[in-house]
Design a protein around this ligand. Structure first.
Ligand code: HEC
Length: 194
């Protein structure tokens, strides 16, 4: 029952608070109906007829697409390894230095003079002297000998940068270097055991 003086004012009250029986604005009511329609359509589309991808499926699709892009990039880098040249750009070399300090120095020493890993500044190379030889070792690692494979750990660009950086260290002669590996065996005369 409404108050005869004000048709909107309802007759109940609580602690002097009274209620106005206002009509909700039309636009609001329509919006509300629309949300109900939307919920019904959504449920039918995603959960009854299974026409759309739910979150997990959508996630997997995007991850697969991402993996594909990544493996194409890795393959492209790998197939181009042999013809790559050391980069000269100072920004790139600074990035290479940073990578070397954090990831490589623990085994090759800060000045690349060699520790667990070999000296990278001398003319003796276990896996070949060219820039591409270095790249391949960094890319594939030498798991049996304790050299990590950085493929998939570092971005191809970072590998190119760190290889370019160590290339600049050739001939720097750091103090107390690790003795060279892979010295060509000295020619020997006929041995008494032969
Ligand atoms: C866990 C130790 C370790 C880490 C970390 C490491 N290396 Fe090595 N690295 C080695 C060892 C050991 C060898 C020698 C492998 C062999 O005897 O065949 C090696 C070999 C190499 C070679 C080839 C040397 C040659 O004589 O042919 C290069 C180049 C190289 N590492 C670069 C890097 C770079 C760049 C990084 C950082 C991104 C790195 N290494 C991180 C241990 C390591």
């Amino acid at each position: 029952m409404n108050d005869p003086k004000d048709p909107l004012l309802m007759d109940h009250e609580a602690d002097g608070i009274r209620e106005l029986d206002n009509n909700l604005p039309r636009w609001w009511v329509w919006l509300f109906y629309l949300t109900i329609l939307f919920a019904v359509a959504y449920t039918l589309y995603y959960h009854v007829f299974m026409m759309g991808n739910l979150q997990a499926a959508e996630y997997k699709l995007e991850m697969d697409a991402g993996d594909k892009i990544k493996s194409v990039a890795l393959q492209k880098f790998e197939s181009g390894l042999a013809s790559m040249q050391p980069l000269k750009d100072e920004v790139v070399l600074a990035q290479g230095l940073q990578t070397f300090k954090t990831l490589c120095a623990p085994c090759h020493r800060e000045d690349a003079g060699g520790l667990v890993g070999p000296n990278l500044t001398d003319d003796y190379w276990i896996h070949g002297p060219t820039f591409a030889d270095n790249l391949k070792v960094i890319w594939n690692g030498v798991p049996d000998k304790g050299m990590v494979s950085w493929k998939g750990v570092l971005q191809p660009m970072d590998i190119h940068a760190v290889a370019s950086y160590i290339h600049t260290l050739r001939g720097t002669k750091p103090p107390n270097p690790k003795p060279p590996e892979n010295l060509a065996p000295a020619p020997t005369g006929p041995s008494e055991f032969e």
